[in-house]
Design a protein around this ligand. Structure first.
Ligand SMILES: *Cc1c(COP(=O)(O)O)cnc(C)c1O
Length: 458
């Protein structure tokens, strides 16, 4: 298997340590079998998330020194604004401290109780922000996107028939906006095609609906378009990105992903009136509109990262690097979502551990096993994160996909690290019938996976 070739070399190192098996056992119990509660220093390879975990370049670090920490009108804001205008084409920007703050400000402004927001698949913070306002988040991804085995180049695409059904059922007045998550994080990091973005935009224009992109991984999505969509094989990434955003009224971005920074986010949009409304809420919640909850230096690192992520040798390495882990697992017959997405490899847990029912959180059980086995932290994207209670019957509705995500931070781990991870998964698969289900001891009212406490079922 071809090892991915890194288009960078190492200038600074950060030691990582594998604590003993005994200590790992003690720690996972103390954490209530919830990997979010483990001290990060006790983790050897941390694949919890690609969010805010990127390694910044020397150019970005140098940018931190050039942070202008003026309260209003710092130069880094103008640099960021020009950058976003250049890359995405939007005139108005609102920096936020991260993606969910952008969601909160956008949805608090646009949504009323009982409204409906369709998307391909809503990311967990997106769904939570919508539901917190008493509105509904409707997932309309194509059926192929729900089948982990089917190979389709754009499994993140939105099904226009499903969108039309939602539109017919609730009506225009109940749908303040339509979104598309690019790439589709909760559906396996799968890309959305340019054709699909265009069709959704066309649907929204015809029905006079706002259309926003949840664009945390816009560059990875653009690279997939270049690789997989015929008409774009020779188009420059920068041009693909510009076209993607041209179809939408605006976007929100968690800059902790493709902007290659450790903190940050923004909303960018075309309409001045909506911008003004959002700005008022931004001042209340995040800060003055030229810093929005960030330091000037953070804005600078973000502006520089947004350009770096468009470099084709970086994107080619990035996508190959993630696929390298995926292909090692596929070669060992581990069931993973295919094709491999941009930022993570997803294990299909229903197939990996069929004996544990979703009511006993098999995905969470696998994350526990990975830590026990090898000091690796992965994350469950399944029944613990997404199960909902039917308000009428009180019965639990489980998500179709039960996944464990091995998320690859950008520019952080080597190919040897990925080989170590693959070996651990393969070792677990050889004793998978010994894995135990879990039950909840404590759960908060929303986003329960972050703080839930669980117990093993003996
Ligand atoms: C990470 C993410 C968010 C939320 O952003 P945060 O920076 O974590 O608050 C929203 N949508 C998508 C698709 C994401 O990946």
């Amino acid at each position: 298997m071809k090892r991915p070739l890194e288009p960078f070399r190492i200038k600074v190192v950060e030691p990582v340590k594998l604590v003993s098996r005994q200590e790992r056992e003690k720690l996972i119990r103390a954490a209530g079998f919830n990997i979010f509660k483990l001290p990060a220093e006790k983790i050897f390879i941390d694949l919890l998330t690609d969010s805010g975990t990127s390694a910044m370049s020397d150019y970005q670090w140098a940018g931190l020194m050039q942070g202008d920490e003026s309260y209003a009108g710092c130069r880094n804001f103008f640099h960021l604004k020009e950058t976003i205008h250049d890359i995405m084409g939007y005139d108005y920007i609102l920096p936020t401290h991260q993606g969910r703050a952008a969601e909160n400000i956008l949805f608090s402004t646009l949504l009323s109780k009982n409204d409906v927001v369709p998307s391909n698949i809503h990311f967990d913070t997106t769904r939570a922000n919508i539901e917190y306002l008493g509105a509904r988040a409707e997932d309309c991804v194509i059926e192929e996107g729900l089948n982990s085995e089917l190979k389709h180049p754009f499994k993140g695409n939105l099904d226009l028939q499903k969108l039309n059904q939602v539109y017919k059922r609730y009506g225009k007045n109940k749908i303040p906006l339509v979104c598309l998550t690019i790439t589709n994080n909760s559906g396996g990091g799968q890309p959305v095609s340019m054709e699909n973005i265009r069709q959704v935009a066309e649907f929204c224009r015809r029905n006079r609906l706002l259309f926003f992109l949840d664009a945390a991984r816009f560059a990875e999505n653009a690279y997939f378009i270049k690789m997989r969509e015929k008409a774009y094989g020779k188009t420059k990434i920068k041009q693909i990105v510009k076209e993607m955003f041209s179809y939408a009224d605006g976007c929100w971005v968690s800059a902790k992903k493709d902007a290659l920074v450790n903190i940050g986010g923004f909303i960018a949009l075309k309409d001045e009136k909506l911008f003004q409304k959002l700005q008022n809420l931004l001042i209340l919640r995040e800060g003055f509109p030229t810093y929005g909850g960030l330091a000037g230096r953070d804005l600078e690192a973000m502006a520089r990262g947004l350009y770096e992520v468009l470099e084709e040798d970086y994107l080619s390495y990035r996508i190959q690097h993630t696929a390298y882990l995926g292909n090692l697992l596929i070669a060992a017959q581990i069931p993973v979502v295919q094709p491999i997405g941009g930022h993570a490899v997803y294990i299909d847990v229903k197939k990996f551990i069929p004996q544990i029912p979703q009511s006993q959180f098999p995905g969470q059980a696998l994350t526990v096993a990975l830590y026990r086995q090898a000091g690796i932290r992965a994350v469950e994207i399944g029944s613990l994160m997404f199960a909902t209670k039917n308000p009428k019957t009180g019965r639990w509705i489980y998500p179709k996909l039960e996944l464990v995500r091995l998320t690859i931070p950008r520019r952080v781990y080597s190919a040897s690290h990925l080989e170590y991870v693959a070996e651990a998964v393969i070792a677990i698969s050889k004793k998978r019938e010994q894995l135990k289900g879990l039950k909840l001891v404590y759960e908060p009212p929303f986003l329960r996976h972050f703080t839930a406490v669980l117990k093993e079922i003996e």
